[in-house]
Design a binder for this molecule. Structure first.
Ligand SMILES: [Zn+2]
Length: 327
C-alpha cells in the first residue's frame, strides 16, 4: 500500500522549532513577504497604494512604516485580520503553524497553553484563522459539465443530557423533548475537487443553496434521505441506499462522509461542543482542511497567513464580539 501523505517527507516542510528560532526581524520579513508578495516584501501603503515608504519604528522597536506620498503611517498588519495585534509576530506564525499541523483541529485551551496566552485570546485567534479560511470558500461553485459532486448532511449541537434516574428520562428523539438548537451542516463536495459547507435547521432547507453552489451539468450523488428528492428536477442524480451498501454502481457519498469524519473527530476530540453561531466557521475550517490535505504544512501556513493578511479586520470579532456570523 502506498505511503500515507502525512507520513511522507514532502508533507513536512516547516517545524515549530524553525518558527521559534526566528529572530524578530526574520518573523517580520516572513510576514512582509506574504503581505506584499508582489514587491517581494517591500512595503506598499494601504492608504494610497504608494510604494515609497520608509522604516519609521516606534520607540520600543515595533515595526512601522511612513508613506512618502501621503505621509500616513502603517504597519505590516494594518487593515488586515491581525490589525492592532498585541502579540509578537512570531507568536502568530507559531499559532498558524500549530493550527495547520493539527489536521483535525486545535483546541483553544491547548493553544492557550502552547503560547501562554489566555483562553479567550486563543479562542479569538483561532476564530480569526477560521474567518480567513472562510474567505477562500466565499461564492465558490463546485462541479461542472461531466463532473460529479456529493451531497450529505451531518447534525451538530442541541445535545440533551439524559436524566440521572430512569423514571425521569424522556425520549430524546421526539421534537417536544429537544431544545431546538440542533443544526445540520450540509456539505457539497466535488469528487477529486473542493467543497462548500452551509448550516441549516434541516436538510430540506439546503436545496436552494445546493442549486446555487453546484454548476449545471454536474451529477450529484446523495443518500436515500427524502430531503434530497427535490434535487432530481435540476440535476442528474445517483442515489445510494446506505442500508444496502456504501458504494454501488459508482454511486456513493464517501467524499462527503470523509469530510464529516474529520469534522466529527474535531468535535469529539478537540472542541467537545460545536454549535450555535460558530458551527458554520468550524464547518468552513473542516472544508479548508479537506481541500488542502495534500499540501505540505509549510505551504498551508503560507496560504493561511496570506489569507489572514488579505482579509479585512475581523467581522466576527471586531468591535463588539459575537455578532451573528452570516457567511
Ligand atoms: Zn500612502
Amino acid at each position: 500500500m502506498a505511503q500515507h501523505f502525512l507520513l511522507s517527507k514532502s508533507a513536512k516542510t516547516l517545524s515549530l522549532a524553525q518558527v521559534f528560532q526566528m529572530k524578530d526581524d526574520q518573523a517580520e520579513m516572513a510576514f512582509r513577504r506574504v503581505r506584499w508578495a508582489d514587491t517581494d516584501g517591500a512595503p506598499v501603503c494601504p492608504h494610497c497604494g504608494g510604494v515609497d515608504a520608509y522604516d519609521c519604528r516606534r520607540l520600543k522597536g515595533a515595526p512601522r512604516f511612513r508613506c512618502r506620498a501621503c505621509v500616513k503611517d502603517f504597519t505590516i498588519t494594518s487593515g488586515t485580520l491581525f490589525a492592532s495585534h498585541k502579540l509578537p509576530l512570531r507568536a502568530y506564525l507559531a499559532a498558524i503553524a500549530i493550527f495547520c499541523n493539527e489536521v483535525k483541529g486545535k483546541s483553544a485551551l491547548a493553544l492557550s497553553r502552547d503560547l501562554n496566552v489566555s483562553y479567550k485570546c486563543a479562542f479569538v485567534l483561532l476564530h480569526k484563522l477560521r474567518e480567513a479560511m472562510a474567505a477562500e470558500l466565499k461564492g465558490r461553485v463546485v462541479g461542472g459539465e461531466g463532473k460529479v459532486a456529493e451531497v450529505d448532511g451531518g447534525y451538530f449541537g442541541g445535545y440533551i443530557k439524559p436524566a440521572n434516574q430512569k423514571e425521569y428520562r424522556r425520549d430524546r428523539r421526539l421534537a417536544k423533548n429537544q431544545n431546538g438548537k440542533r443544526q445540520v451542516v450540509v456539505i457539497v463536495r466535488e469528487r477529486g475537487g473542493n467543497g462548500v459547507p452551509a448550516v441549516f435547521k434541516s436538510e430540506a432547507q439546503a436545496i436552494k443553496f445546493i442549486s446555487q453552489r453546484v454548476a449545471k451539468g454536474t451529477t450529484i450523488n446523495a443518500d436515500e434521505a427524502s430531503s434530497w428528492d427535490a434535487l432530481h428536477s435540476r440535476f442528474e442524480m445517483k442515489r445510494i441506499n446506505h442500508q444496502e451498501a456504501y458504494s454501488l454502481d459508482g454511486a456513493c457519498t464517501n467524499w462527503a462522509e470523509e469530510f464529516f469524519s474529520r469534522m466529527r473527530r474535531a468535535e469529539i476530540g478537540h472542541h467537545h461542543h460545536i454549535a450555535g453561531q460558530y458551527l458554520l466557521r468550524y464547518a468552513q475550517e473542516a472544508t479548508w482542511r479537506e481541500d488542502n490535505r495534500r499540501s505540505a504544512n509549510g505551504e498551508q501556513v503560507n496560504r493561511l497567513t496570506g489569507l489572514a493578511l488579505k482579509a479585512k479586520p475581523s467581522v466576527d470579532f471586531g468591535g463588539y464580539w459575537q455578532r451573528h456570523i452570516t457567511s
